[in-house]
Design a protein around this ligand. Structure first.
Ligand SMILES: [Cu+2]
Length: 193
């Protein structure tokens, strides 16, 4: 549903879906503890062992029954500034390249990181890291689920959360090498709680 609308509007508008959902959450809706499905990821540097972190993911239905996932990611030991964050299509982090492209199931799947960005279902927003090397990203999306179904991150080959070395530009000029954040800085396999 989100994906098909992504084909006819600009990347900025698509990201608005993620942000609008976040505003909805901030307006008072919250996932009830103990309900829904949750998962976590232990984040580690792809090469830099000083990078550590963790993420929690929680899914619950909205009042209308739409599955909404809240992501809460914390990292430390990273270079200050913005870093792209996405869910990648395979739950393998050793090496980080084995997490493959961006999570994007569906009949017209195209996981090419720079080539179909920011239209993938696994695309998130930048993580901001402070001068101490610490960052936290809270995001909400309806583009994927944790529970079983065609959009589930917990599919046969799993999924991984990747934090990139560079910021996500959201590729406003279309495919351009590195526009989705370039090299991979850190990775965590998403595991069901
Ligand atoms: Cu990525």
């Amino acid at each position: 549903m989100i994906r098909s609308s992504a084909r006819s509007v600009s990347g900025r508008a698509v990201l608005g879906v993620v942000m609008a959902a976040a505003a909805f959450a901030a307006a008072g809706w919250a996932l009830a503890a103990g309900k829904g499905v949750s998962a976590h990821a232990e984040i580690a540097g792809c090469e830099d062992v000083g990078i550590r972190g963790s993420a929690t993911l929680r899914e619950a239905p909205s009042a209308e029954g739409v599955k909404v996932v809240e992501i809460d990611l914390r990292v430390s030991g990273m270079k200050p500034g913005k870093h792209a964050v996405h869910v990648h299509e395979v739950g393998v982090c050793k090496p980080c390249a084995d997490a493959k492209g961006h999570f994007d199931p569906g009949p017209a799947s195209n996981s090419s990181p720079d080539g179909n960005h920011p239209f993938h279902l696994g695309d998130l927003i930048n993580l901001e890291v402070n001068a101490k090397g610490e960052g936290r990203l809270k995001a909400t999306t309806t583009r994927f689920t944790l529970s079983p179904g065609p959009l589930s991150l917990l599919d046969k080959d799993g999924s991984a959360l990747i934090v990139h070395v560079d910021p996500d530009t959201y590729c406003p000029e279309g495919e351009k090498k590195g526009c989705a954040g370039g090299a991979r800085a850190a990775c965590g396999v998403i595991v069901k709680d």
